[in-house]
Design a protein around this ligand. Structure first.
Ligand SMILES: Cc1ncc(COP(=O)(O)O)c(C=O)c1O
Length: 432
């Protein structure tokens, strides 16, 4: 039986083999430091579980039924008020907001309605792999512009503008970023908006802002939303998630905010795929957002907890020296480069030839720069898991050029354990 080439060319979910190895370690009672998951481990806001329990106790029949496709009226109203605060956006809750089962579904719906086969979407690398996978599945093409480690993983505006082609339909930005943790500076976002608005060629290009980590930032106030800037009015589509900010990943809640004309089209995809986000979860989330002060206090506590965890993880690597470190400004990841230098190449080569990689090989044409060692960080990560029990994700899954990098997640282990994990990573490298 024939499977279309665009589907076969799409990378398999890349973390599966790693998660299986980690689960096997757990089953065998062996130590495991889980730095591979894009999750936060704290319980959700108490208002969420309270509202769910109340609805169950009251026997509310609505929670077992479909919700309206675009989300319940109560949640869209509460969400619009929430977005005005945390995102600086002012959507009409009836026409410019869609409640989705997560941010991934929101992005997939957008890509479905904005790309024709052969159309291009511009991704910043290292990319969020599910965006690249979705573009391929839909028959689109991902163009890329790099965000270099030396620039704090913030891409240059010139490189983004220069990536324009007549087939470009969409620019995708993720800030705060997965996998780098970079928070694009507000001034950079303003300058980008001005540059795009002033460039005739870009007139037909949409901008998709994935702001899944909008509320997880570590310094200053909330990040600026491009969707709030008048220069780009009517061109920006914002997707967001409650998986991380409110630790509700399993309840599948996210949103899509943008011009009604696009959302009307995206609703067709939602209706024909998932119909609606889980109804019971929508009822409970509306309560969380309505209890504004409690929600704000919860988010402030999460930010502070993550900030301390970030520092605990990075301190041992900084102390070890020579690791390429960028301090994440948000999200729950650090994207770190293995130490460079003369002896590194032979260590990496040795690791690559002996250890099993920790993640599935991506089905992407990786054009590594000269001197890089494809698979080397994957091999390091594989032996790190085996020898030290630390599970991390290797750079390859975030696009070509990143095989010397590791994504270290700090959302699911305590400060103390992250500090120990950081020591083990440094020790393992030093001992190779
Ligand atoms: C940038 C980004 N977008 C979207 C998602 C998926 O979020 P959701 O659980 O809301 O689908 C993730 C999850 O890791 C992410 O990192």
């Amino acid at each position: 039986m024939r499977i279309p080439a665009r589907v076969r060319a799409t990378m398999a979910p890349p973390l599966g083999p790693l998660m299986e190895r980690a689960a096997a370690r757990r089953r065998e009672g062996r130590e495991l430091f889980m730095l591979a998951q894009a999750m936060v481990d704290c319980p959700p806001p108490p208002a969420f579980t309270r509202a769910l329990a109340d609805a169950l106790r009251a026997g509310d029949p609505a929670m077992h039924r479909y919700a309206p496709d675009p989300g319940t009226a109560e949640l869209r109203r509460a969400l619009a008020a929430h977005l005005a605060g945390s995102f600086g956006l002012a959507p009409d809750p009836e026409r410019e907001l869609l409640v989705t089962p997560g941010a991934n579904q929101a992005a997939y719906q957008l890509l479905s309605v904005l790309l024709d086969p052969g159309d291009e979407a511009l991704l910043v690398t290292p990319w969020y792999f599910n965006h690249e996978m979705a573009i391929r599945l839909l028959g689109g093409r991902a163009r890329t512009a790099p965000a270099e480690a030396a620039s704090g993983f913030v891409p240059s505006i010139e490189s983004l503008l220069a990536a324009w082609t007549p087939r470009l339909r969409l620019l995708v930005l993720v800030s705060p970023n997965n996998p780098t943790g970079a928070r694009y500076p507000d001034d950079w976002l303003r300058a980008l908006a001005g540059a795009i608005a002033g460039d005739e060629r870009w007139r037909g290009v949409w901008i998709l802002c994935d702001q899944t980590y909008q509320e997880l930032y570590f310094e200053g106030g909330p990040p600026l939303s491009l969707g709030a800037l008048p220069e780009l009015s009517g061109r920006v589509l914002t997707v967001g998630s409650f998986s991380k900010s409110f630790a509700l990943a399993g309840w599948r809640l996210g949103f899509l905010c943008g011009p009604a004309g696009v959302l009307d089209q995206a609703l067709k995809v939602q209706d024909s795929s998932v119909i609606c986000a889980p109804h019971a979860a929508q009822i409970a989330l509306a309560h969380v957002l309505d209890a504004r002060e409690e929600a704000e206090a919860y988010l402030a506590t999460s930010r502070e907890r993550l900030r301390r965890r970030r520092d605990a993880l990075l301190a041992p690597l900084r102390e070890a020296g020579r690791w390429e470190l960028n301090v994440p400004g948000g999200a729950c990841f650090a994207f770190v480069g293995l130490p460079g230098g003369a002896s590194s190449a032979s260590r990496l080569a040795a690791a690559a030839s002996t250890a099993a990689p920790a993640t599935a090989a991506p089905a992407i044409a990786a054009s590594e720069p000269a001197g890089a060692q494809p698979g080397a960080a994957a091999a390091f990560a594989g032996s790190l898991l085996e020898a030290e029990g630390v599970a991390v994700v290797t750079g390859e899954v975030f696009g070509p050029r990143w095989s010397r990098f590791l994504r270290l997640g700090f959302g699911t282990e305590s400060e103390e354990r992250l500090s120990e994990a950081g020591r083990r990573i440094a020790r393992h490298w030093a001992g190779m």
